[in-house]
Design a protein around this ligand. Structure first.
Ligand SMILES: Cc1cc2nc3c(=O)[nH]c(=O)nc-3n(C[C@H](O)[C@H](O)[C@H](O)COP(=O)(O)OP(=O)(O)OC[C@H]3O[C@@H](n4cnc5c(N)ncnc54)[C@H](O)[C@@H]3O)c2cc1C
Length: 351
């Protein structure tokens, strides 16, 4: 098999990059070992324009959001499934200070608005909201639909190899790579957290962080909104919700823990006035760089090897715009912006 791009990994990075390159007429093979708790499979896919207690606007949001919506709508049309849903993020305010912070931020930001008294009242029987709530306009990428549907699409095009990529079998030369009977002009690693075991990119400083989530049923409570306080409730159909998430930078393994379950339950109990039932707990590792920016580009010496990683906590909103920038670099040699270019770490490369 002779192709333009061999892509390792089919999380949101590998999915969107393979789509973007195929749209540009490139031949692509994606190699992915199915992992039930990959970061993209455990994530809720929330797209939130603001973050933190000060409602700070997310990095590059006004540039990346339109690209994300465009690409996810294209994928909906191609795959015949829902991929992106615009949703209100109903922020339950935990204090008068936070209400003040929200009010200060709303000026001039079209995606933030105060909540109407009627809407507040409609949540009163379900949520504890003594300081009221505020709306942020966001959305969710339905990763649990998109990832399997893109996998099926790749299979139908003979463009998926469902196995583990073994670096020991890789041959790299000046004009491309060889892996068994596959030859490719470029190999792009979209491995998520597994990148820390990849000797080709071991000079890049990653700061992996583990997140845990619950799936819960809240009998009788059904809303299309994302409900957010110290934890977020993201609708998964009828009265079932994804609840997340936690952060841990030191962790012995990827397994769910009792401590984080207690943390999430505590958040739920602060938020809900009604009983809930836990259906499942999951954990996954987020692939974050130390400067919390995406990491894309080519190896300093072996220019046929590339990386698309570092999506951190925001893979769903970032992946389409970053994939578009990387594809333009790969196909038209357009320079990458320095803040996402892997070149910013070349001074750590020891050869
Ligand atoms: C609990 C939690 C909640 C989150 N919530 C959100 C959210 O609401 N919104 C948001 O935007 N982001 C969220 N994120 C972050 C988001 O999930 C990540 O930014 C994104 O999933 C990273 O995608 P990726 O494709 O880089 O990596 P991954 O999703 O980890 O994908 C990597 C893929 O590569 C495969 N792979 C690795 N090595 C090999 C190999 N050698 N051979 C074959 N296959 C290989 C893996 O099996 C996997 O399928 C969350 C993350 C977590 C953990």
């Amino acid at each position: 098999m002779n192709i333009d791009f061999l892509i390792i990994g089919q999380g949101i990075a590998g999915t969107v990059l393979s789509y973007t390159l195929m749209q540009a007429g490139q031949s692509v093979l994606v190699m992915d070992e199915y992992k039930a708790n990959s970061s993209s499979r455990v994530a809720a896919g929330v797209v939130n324009p603001v973050s933190g207690r000060r409602f700070t606007v997310a990095w590059e949001y006004d540039n990346i959001y339109p690209v994300a919506v465009k690409v996810y709508r294209e994928l909906e049309a191609l795959l015949g499934i829902p991929v992106f849903i615009e949703r209100d993020i109903y922020n339950v305010l935990p204090s008068a200070q936070l209400r003040q912070a929200f009010t200060e931020r709303t000026t001039g930001l079209s995606y933030m608005e105060d909540v109407s008294p009627e809407r507040l009242a409609s949540y009163e029987q379900w949520l504890d909201q003594p300081f009221g709530a505020a709306i942020v306009k966001g959305g969710t990428v339905l990763l649990h639909h998109l990832l399997p549907a893109w996998r099926d699409y790749l299979i139908s095009r003979n463009s998926l190899n469902e196995s583990r990529f073994d670096l020991n079998l890789l041959e790299v030369n000046a004009t491309g790579v060889k892996y068994g009977d596959i030859t490719a002009r470029y190999l792009i690693f979209c491995e998520g957290a597994a990148i820390v075991n990849n000797p080709w990119f071991n000079y890049v400083p990653f700061l992996l962080n583990k997140g845990e989530v619950l799936y819960v049923e809240v009998p009788g409570f059904s809303t299309p909104d994302i409900i957010k306080r110290s934890v977020s409730l993201v609708p998964r159909g009828e009265d079932t919700y994804w609840v997340g998430s936690t952060f841990a930078w030191n962790f012995p393994d990827e397994a769910p823990t009792v401590d984080k379950r207690a943390f999430l339950e505590n958040g739920l109990q602060q938020l809900l006035k009604v009983p809930y039932k836990i259906l499942e707990q999951q954990a996954a590792v987020r692939p974050s760089g130390t400067d919390r920016r995406p990491i894309i580009g080519m190896h300093p010496v072996s220019r046929v090897l590339g990386i698309f990683n570092g999506l951190g906590t925001k893979g769903s909103s970032l992946a389409p715009a970053i994939a578009a920038e990387f594809a333009a670099h790969l196909l038209q040699n357009t320079p990458l912006r320095p803040d996402i270019d892997i070149k910013r770490f070349f001074n750590k490369y020891k050869g």
